[in-house]
Design a protein around this ligand. Sequence first.
Ligand SMILES: Cc1cc2nc3c(=O)[nH]c(=O)nc-3n(C[C@H](O)[C@H](O)[C@H](O)COP(=O)(O)OP(=O)(O)OC[C@H]3O[C@@H](n4cnc5c(N)ncnc54)[C@H](O)[C@@H]3O)c2cc1C
Ligand code: FES
Ligand code: FES
Length: 470
Amino acid sequence: MNTKNLSFILNDVEINTKVNPSLPLLDYIRKEKHLTGTKEVCKEGDCGACAVLFGEVIDDELKYKTITSCIYPIGNCNGKHIVTIEGINKQELLLHQKAFVDENASQCGFCTPGFIMSFTCYLLNNQHFNLDDAINSIAGNICRCTGYHSIERAMKTVLDQLKTDGQIDKINNLIDRNIIPEYFKEIKKGLINLSLPKQTIPDKSAIFIGGGSDLFVQKPEDLLEEEVYLITERKLNYIRESNSIIKIGSGTTFEEIKQSELLNKYFPTIKKDIDLIASLPVRNAATVGGNLSNASPIGDITIILLALNADLTLSDGEKERNLPLREFYLDYKELNKQKIEFIKEVSFHIPQKKFYFSFEKVSKRTYLDIASVNSAMLIEVDDNKIISASISAGGVAPIPKLLDKTNDFLNEKEISIDTIDEALQIARSEISPISDVRGSADYKRLLLNQLIKSHFLKLFPHKIFESQLI
Ligand SMILES: Cc1cc2nc3c(=O)[nH]c(=O)nc-3n(C[C@H](O)[C@H](O)[C@H](O)COP(=O)(O)OP(=O)(O)OC[C@H]3O[C@@H](n4cnc5c(N)ncnc54)[C@H](O)[C@@H]3O)c2cc1C
Ligand code: FES
Ligand code: FES
């Protein structure tokens, strides 16, 4: 059986163990450690009942995020602090646990550990609190019986009590305020002192695992039998700029993209755009490389990067080669890559002329849902003239698609209703949607039509008016 040496801290205990790296963290916590406070409900990353804290030292600072442990490989926990509800419980109730009791924010209690962990993480991560952000932090947690108002009231009570804090020494402050237990003071030192194994080279037959958020929903049992290679070993989570080229490591998570100051500088809507993708705990795990490689025709990050005309760097651990992302997809789920190659990095040029970017997605629910159709547009303009346009579309072909003919047509055109009308006709001619659970082929055609209109309406509100496009 495939095993790996792991060292991490689980609550207040250092663990050094040999374990199958593909074991879902939740199974390890519940079945091997008998810490049953963390609940199992959907086992697909949808409900947040299994949420735990995931702490790591980044730039000499101990930082926490929540992950859904049911679809997270234990192998990715090397060198980390994993905190379950038992790891924050004390003899008496914590401040926020007491608020949940006082406000009747729990009935059957099955979801409650997940809510408490997500809220604890919000309190750990922020110096200044506000209720809207706190409520956003529990967006990945579902309660089936209590209803959310009492949970929100409980959160408000806690934030009101902590309002004046804004302390620099976060950990000590939260210990003093009865949010986390004393032992958190020692965790940073403990993590730094863990001895971690060296990086390895992928085996020829290995399956790559990024954040596991796709693989552990699709085939968790098979993974236990397979040789796997953890992308986290290579520390590929970075976003850098050099010579007007942005480089994003393939291990970068969706949430790291959302929070990146560099990306927010060039793409001011990126926070809102990424909010449309999955939930916070899934975004904390799901990686860019995983989104590109699972080759879903509706992968959101894929559609964004296609419109940005990104290039890939593929590696087999020793040799590297570069490839435009548009050439990566050969057919449905068929990739232009050898089995041993993994995506190391994705990069794109920042346009030198004035540019605008838009991402649109339609799904059955606005948030926490996969797209029926999605689309992104990068457009460079000089006054009223389009210098270049790059529109991508998902859910309308077997692969995530760049609308080449539409893009070619738009080059050098004036931004006008006539131009958009003609572009829409060309776009319709180069897609081939199929009917499935996310909508009929006709519906998807209509959706793409509307999303392209929406790009122009949003980006050029003084040139294009809604009434002209109906
Ligand atoms: C609740 C939930 C909601 C979701 N919502 C969305 C959504 O709104 N939008 C969306 O686009 N997706 C969504 N997803 C799907 C999923 O999160 C993404 O596809 C994610 O990007 C997968 O990344 P990962 O790192 O977790 O991939 P993994 O599951 O680790 O891997 C996915 C595939 O990529 C391969 N792989 C991983 N990393 C690499 C690499 N560096 N090089 C080569 N191959 C690699 C793996 O072998 C596997 O084939 C959702 C998933 C869940 C569970
Ligand atoms: S059990 Fe539902 S997200 Fe993990
Ligand atoms: S209290 Fe029962 S599911 Fe939330």
